[in-house]
Design a protein around this ligand. Structure first.
Ligand SMILES: C[S@@+](CC[C@H](N)C(=O)[O-])C[C@H]1O[C@@H](n2cnc3c(N)ncnc32)[C@H](O)[C@@H]1O
Length: 218
């Protein structure tokens, strides 16, 4: 019985987040701004693997005129992120519970301006580089939905993943515009918004690697 009650409780909590959740994101392809009630000129910002949502909530509060769409593949985790957004009265974030490999089904070419990837799994122990969200296969997907002058911001605690990502970005024709291997001690920290994982690594004194990249102009 406790299991059923847990599920019922989760359904009730999901229902309370109905207004900020899209379960058929492909229907919005090419018209996210319109569907969410924003002007054509509104900046569309995506976070991939948003976790419990502290980062996207911080961004959305800082930029109330921008539209945010946060992706997270775990239903129990995205529920916490949505509750976080509602608690903070953020009206400019929408959520999608899906794997980011499907992004080009949800966005038209050039539809998004910015992609944030924060502390994605390095897949070190399993040695599965193709699963990393900065693998060239993923970067090609991001490039296809970003504007030519679009931006990718990436943070990690992993030196290995950071090196790997720099290589993959180069192979995929992205230009790295700015980077640091110790974000919290760098000038870029002024505008930084910390994620849940980042707080944990900061407490352990692990330097945060950060970069800002753009699809290269030809
Ligand atoms: C290590 S956590 C980091 C969470 C948050 N970004 C932070 O920095 O605190 C990575 C999150 O990304 C989600 N995730 C991993 N791969 C994903 C994918 N392919 N599509 C969507 N979400 C993904 C995981 O479920 C997890 O919640």
């Amino acid at each position: 019985m406790p299991r059923m009650r847990k599920k019922k409780n989760m359904d009730r909590r999901m229902e309370a987040c109905r207004s900020i959740y899209f379960d058929e994101p492909m229907i919005n392809r090419g018209r996210w701004r319109q569907v969410c009630g924003y002007e054509k000129s509104t900046k569309l910002m995506l976070e991939l693997g948003c976790g419990k949502g502290d980062f996207v909530v911080g961004q959305a509060k800082r930029h109330p005129n921008r539209l945010f769409v946060a992706f997270e593949k775990e239903p129990t985790v995205i529920l916490l992120a949505m509750e976080n957004a509602l608690r903070n009265e953020c009206r400019n974030i929408y959520f999608v519970c899906a794997d980011v490999v499907g992004l080009s089904e949800y966005f038209k070419p050039g539809e998004a301006e910015v992609i944030f990837i924060n502390f994605c799994d390095p897949w070190t122990r399993q040695n599965k580089p193709k699963r990393r969200l900065t693998h060239r296969n993923c970067l090609e997907i991001y490039k296809s939905i970003l504007r030519d002058d679009g931006e990718v911001f990436f943070k990690t605690d992993s030196e290995m993943l950071f090196d790997f990502s720099l290589e993959e970005l180069s192979v995929s024709g992205f230009q790295v515009l700015e980077q640091t291997r110790d974000l919290h001690q760098s000038p870029f920290n002024v505008s930084n918004i910390r994620t849940e994982f980042e707080e944990k690594y900061a407490a352990e004194k692990i330097p945060i690697k950060w970069l800002h990249a753009s699809p290269k102009m030809v």
